[in-house]
Design a protein around this ligand. Structure first.
Ligand code: NAD
Length: 253
C-alpha cells in the first residue's frame, strides 16, 4: 500500500483537463479525492473513473472565489471523506485580451478565480493540515507568469500565485506543511482549445507550431502535470517547499 493511502486530497477545477488527470492520479496513489468544480454533475465522470479503478472520490460543487461556498465545501469534504491534508489549487479561467482592450471584468474574473480562489481554499484547508501536523499544497502557476502577450491579467495572477506559494511555504513549514507551484507549458485541454479558437487557428495547427518550438518536440498532456503534482504531494517530498517547477518540455517559456 502506498504511504499516501488514507490521505484526503482536494483538487479544484477537477471536472476536466489537468485537474481531472490529477484527481485520477492522486486516487491511484491511494488518496480519497474531492473532485471540486463549479458543477458537481460535471465532476461525476471523474468520480466514476476513480471508483471504477477501486478508489474513493466525492463530487463537490463549489465556486472557489465565493468564501461561503468554499467554507461549506471544505467542511463537507472533511465530514464525508475525512480531514483534507492535500490541496491542489488548479481551477482556472482565461479572459485574454491586449491591455488596451481588456475590461475591468476580464481583470477581476481572472484575479478572483486564480488568486482569491487559491487564497480562500488554502485558508480553509490549512486548518485541517495544521491540526494534523502534515500537509501538501500545490498551486497551478504557468509559464505565462514569465510574460505572455494578451494575458496581462493571467500572467499577473500566475506570477502572484508564485509569491503566494513561497509565503505559504514560509508560514506553514513548521506545521509539517509544504507548498509548491507547478508551471505548465502548453498542455492539450479545453483551455488551449479555446485559445486556438480565439486566435482563429485550427487546434492541430497551433499544436504543431507549439511542438516545433518545444525542446522535447511535443506538446504536454494533463498526465504530464499530474505526475509532477503526485511527486510534490507525496510523503517523500517533505523537503521540497516554496519551489516553482516548470513542466514545459524545456527550459524556456
Ligand atoms: P480547463 O479550462 O480545461 O479546466 C479548468 C477547470 O476549472 C474547469 O473544469 C472549470 O469549470 C474550473 N473552474 C473555473 N472556474 C472555477 C471556479 N470559480 N471554481 C471552481 N472551478 C472552476 O483548464 P486546464 O487547462 O485543465 O487548466 C488547469 C489549470 O492549469 C489552470 O489553473 C490553468 O490556468 C493552468 N494551466 C494550464 C495550461 C494549459 O496549457 N492547459 C498551461 C499553464 C497553466
Amino acid at each position: 500500500m502506498s504511504p499516501s493511502a488514507g490521505r484526503v486530497a482536494v483538487v479544484t477545477g477537477a471536472a476536466r483537463g489537468i485537474g481531472a488527470a490529477t484527481a485520477v492520479r492522486l486516487a491511484s496513489d491511494g488518496m480519497a479525492v474531492a473532485v471540486l468544480d463549479l458543477d458537481d454533475k460535471a465532476c461525476l465522470p471523474v468520480v466514476e473513473a476513480v471508483e471504477a479503478a477501486g478508489g474513493r472520490a466525492l463530487a463537490v460543487a463549489c465556486d472557489v472565489s465565493d468564501a461561503d461556498r468554499v467554507a461549506s465545501a471544505v467542511a463537507r469534504v472533511a465530514a464525508e471523506l475525512g480531514p483534507p491534508t492535500v490541496l491542489v489549487n488548479n481551477a482556472g479561467v482565461l479572459r485574454d485580451n491586449l491591455l488596451f482592450k481588456m475590461s475591468d471584468d476580464d481583470w477581476d474574473t481572472v484575479m478572483d478565480v486564480h488568486l482569491r480562489g487559491a487564497f480562500l481554499m488554502t485558508r480553509a484547508v490549512q486548518a485541517y493540515m495544521t491540526q494534523e501536523h502534515w500537509g501538501r499544497i500545490v498551486n497551478l502557476s504557468s509559464i505565462s507568469a514569465l510574460g505572455n502577450r494578451g494575458q496581462v491579467n493571467y500572467s499577473a495572477a500566475k506570477a502572484g500565485l508564485q509569491g503566494f506559494t513561497k509565503t505559504l511555504a514560509v508560514e506553514l513549514g513548521k506545521f509539517g506543511v509544504t507548498a509548491n507551484a507547478v508551471g505548465p507549458g502548453f498542455v492539450v485541454t479545453e483551455m488551449t482549445r479555446a485559445t486556438a479558437q480565439r486566435m482563429g487557428v485550427p487546434f492541430e495547427t497551433l499544436e504543431q507550431e507549439m511542438a516545433e518550438r518545444i525542446p522535447v518536440r511535443r506538446v504536454g498532456v494533463p498526465e504530464d502535470i499530474a505526475h509532477v503534482v503526485s511527486f510534490l504531494v507525496s510523503e517523500q517530498a517533505g523537503y521540497v517547499s516554496g519551489q516553482v517547477v516548470y513542466v514545459s518540455g524545456g527550459p524556456q517559456a
